[in-house]
Design a protein around this ligand. Structure first.
Ligand code: SAH
Ligand code: SF4
Ligand code: F3S
Length: 492
C-alpha cells in the first residue's frame, strides 16, 4: 500500500470518490486523459438484469474517472461482468476472454482487462483465470464491484511501480466471500433516459437445489425503503417513465430491515410517485406472493399488468426436490387470484426441463400447467448441473436425448399458448413506451416517419411508423397484426 492509498477515507462512498480522483490524476499524468484525449472502455455483460444493473454502476464510476464508452472490445479498458447460472453462460464468457486476449496481444499491450460478476465468486473459476489467463489485470466479485475505482487505482499504481522494478506483479485480485452492507450513492450511468432498473434487494436465501445464485450473490439484503423511494423520485424527476424494481425474490423484500415493511407496502408507496408512469418488478417467487401484493397491483394503474412468475416444474414431487416450497395446486391458485383481480394481466415464467429424477409423468405435469395457465411467454431452460449445488450430487440425472425430446415438446406448447394469447390484442388500442428505432429504420435519411419499436404494459413489443422524436414517450397505438411474439401497429 502506498502513501496515497493510506490517505483514503475509510467510509464509503467517500473512499471510492477519492480513488476516482486518484485514477483520473494518474491517467492525466500518463497523457491518456485530458488535453483532448479520452480513454475508452467497453463492458460486456452476461446474465440477468441484476448484472446489467451492476454494469451501469461500473460504467458510472469509469465515466466519472473520465473514460468514454465504445461498442467494441478495441478499448483501453475492457470489463467482463460474468454469469454462471448455467454452463453455457460460463462457456460464452471463456470464448470472449480468448478473443480479447488476442486483441490485447496484437493491438494494445497496455490495455486493461478486468473480469467480475458471478463466475468470480466461484473459487475454482478464479483459480482458472489466474492460471490460464495471465493477460487479465483485475479480478473481482459481485460483493465488491462498488470498489472498481480502488482496484483500478491499485493496478495503475502497480504498473507505475513496475516501471522501476520490472519483476513486480501488477495483477489485482480482490474477491470477497460475503457481502458487507450496501454501498449507496456512487455515480451511475443509466443505459436509457426513459427506462431504469432499481435494486430493491440483493442476494437470495432460497437455495433452490439446482441454483448457484445464493452461493455467488450471498445472503438476502434489502435496501432501506427511504433510499429506494429517493432513487425512484429522482429518476421520475429526470423524466424516466418506466422503472423495473429488481431482486432475485422481490416478494420477500423487507426481511431483516429495522423498519417493518413488505414488498406490497413498498410498491404501494412507489406507485404514486409523481411523474412515474410505469412500474414493473422482477422476480416474484410464488411461495412469497401475498394477497396484499395482488391488491396493490390491482389498485394502481401505474403498475404494469404483467408478472414474471417462475414455475420451474409443474410436478409437486419435483418442486419439493427443487426446494421451491409450493405445489402445482398452489401455483394454479395464485394464477387464478391474479387473473380474478386483473383479467388482462400477462403471466410469464421460467421452466427447467430435465431436473434430476424428472420422469415422463413429472414432465407431463409441467405441460399440464402450461396448458392450464397458458403463459404469455416462457423462458425454457435445459437443466444444467452447477458444482456446489445439492442437485449436482443427485444420482438420477436425466439422459440428454430424453431431455432434448421433452424440451422440444415443451417449446411447442409454450409457443402455441403465447401465440393464442398474443392474438387477442389485435384490434385494441394500447399505450406504448417508444423505445428504439425498429430493426429497419430505412435508408432514406430524410424520411420523417421511421419504424419505431415500443413496449406494451404487458411487456410485448410493437413495431409501428412514427417520428424519431417519440422515442422515450408513451403514445397510443392501435394493434393491427400479431406476429406471434410481437405486433405491428399504427400510431393513433
Ligand atoms: N430468482 C429467480 C431466478 C433467477 S435465475 C427465481 O427464483 O425465479 C433465472 C432462471 O434460471 C431460473 O428461474 C431458472 O429457471 C433458471 N435456472 C437457474 N439455475 C438453473 C440450472 N442449474 N439449470 C437450468 N436452469 C436454471
Ligand atoms: Fe435461484 Fe431459487 Fe434464488 Fe431464484 S429463488 S435465485 S432460482 S435459489
Ligand atoms: Fe447469472 Fe448471476 Fe444473474 S449467475 S443469472 S448474473 S445473479
Amino acid at each position: 500500500m502506498n502513501e496515497d492509498t493510506n490517505k483514503a477515507p475509510l467510509t464509503e462512498p467517500e473512499r471510492q470518490m477519492y480513488f476516482i480522483e486518484g485514477c483520473r490524476k494518474i491517467l492525466e499524468e500518463q497523457g491518456v486523459l485530458g488535453e483532448g484525449k479520452t480513454p475508452v472502455y467497453h463492458i460486456s455483460t452476461f446474465g440477468c438484469q441484476m448484472n446489467f444493473r451492476d454494469s451501469e454502476k461500473l460504467a458510472g464510476v469509469l465515466e466519472s474517472i473520465g473514460y468514454r464508452p465504445v461498442d467494441s472490445e478495441k478499448a483501453d479498458l475492457v470489463l467482463y461482468n460474468t454469469c454462471t447460472v448455467r454452463e453455457n453462460a460460463s462457456t460464452r464468457v471463456y470464448g470472449r476472454i480468448g478473443y480479447v486476449g488476442k486483441i490485447k496481444k496484437e493491438n494494445n499491450p497496455s490495455m486493461i482487462i478486468g473480469i467480475c460478476g458471478c463466475m468470480m465468486q466461484e473459487p475454482d473459476e478464479v483459480e482458472k483465470m489466474k492460471k490460464s489467463y495471465s493477460f487479465i489485470d483485475i479480478i473481482f466479485g459481485t460483493h465488491n464491484s462498488y470498489k472498481i475505482a480502488e482496484l483500478l487505482y491499485t493496478l495503475l499504481m502497480n504498473r507505475k511501480a513496475k516501471e522501476k522494478k520490472p519483476s513486480l506483479k501488477t495483477r489485482v485480485i480482490d474477491v470477497q466471500k460475503e457481502a458487507t452492507g450496501i454501498v449507496e450513492d456512487l455515480p451511475v450511468k443509466y443505459d436509457s433516459s426513459f427506462r431504469a432498473g432499481v435494486n430493491i434487494m440483493y442476494g437470495c436465501d432460497n437455495f433452490c437445489t439446482y441454483c448457484i445464485v445464493p452461493y455467488v450473490r450471498g445472503r438476502e439484503r434489502s435496501r432501506r425503503s427511504c433510499d429506494i423511494i429517493r432513487e425512484v423520485e429522482e429518476l421520475a424527476k429526470k423524466g424516466v417513465k418506466e422503472i423495473m424494481l429488481l431482486g432475485q425474490n422481490v416478494n420477500s423484500y423487507g426481511k431483516g430491515l429495522d423498519e417493518k415493511i413488505s414488498f406490497a407496502e413498498l410498491l404501494d408507496k412507489l406507485a404514486t410517485i409523481k411523474g412515474l408512469q410505469r412500474l414493473r418488478f422482477m422476480t416474484s417467487h410464488p411461495k412469497d406472493l401475498s394477497d396484499d401484493l395482488i391488491k396493490v397491483m390491482a389498485k394502481h394503474k401505474t403498475i404494469c399488468r404483467h408478472i414474471h412468475l417462475p414455475l420451474q416444474s409443474g410436478s409437486s414431487r419435483l418442486l419439493k426436490r427443487m426446494n421451491r416450497h409450493y405445489t402445482k395446486e398452489d401455483f394454479l391458485s395464485i394464477v387464478k387470484k391474479l387473473r380474478d383481480a386483473m383479467p388482462d394481466i400477462t403471466i410469464t415464467t421460467d421452466i427447467i426441463v430435465g431436473f434430476p429424477g424428472e420422469t415422463e409423468e413429472d414432465f407431463s405435469e409441467t405441460l399440464d400447467v402450461c396448458e392450464t395457465v397458458s403463459f404469455d411467454s416462457a423462458f425454457t431452460f435445459i437443466y444444467s448441473k452447477r458444482t456446489g449445488t445439492p442437485a449436482a450430487t443427485f444420482d438420477d440425472q436425466v439422459p440428454e436425448n430424453v431431455v432434448k425430446e421433452r424440451f422440444d415438446r415443451l417449446l411447442n406448447v409454450v409457443a402455441r399458448c403465447s401465440a393464442t394469447n398474443a392474438s387477442r390484442l389485435v384490434g385494441t388500442e394500447k399505450e406504448v413506451l417508444v423505445e428504439t428505432e425498429g430493426r429497419d429504420p430505412g435508408t432514406d435519411e430524410q424520411k420523417q416517419e421511421i419504424e419505431l419499436t415500443g413496449r406494451l404494459g404487458n411487456n410485448l413489443l410493437v413495431h409501428f411508423e412514427g417520428s424519431k422524436d417519440l422515442i422515450g414517450e408513451i403514445v397510443k397505438v392501435k394493434i393491427e397484426e400479431c406476429k406471434d411474439f410481437y405486433y405491428i401497429g399504427k400510431l393513433i
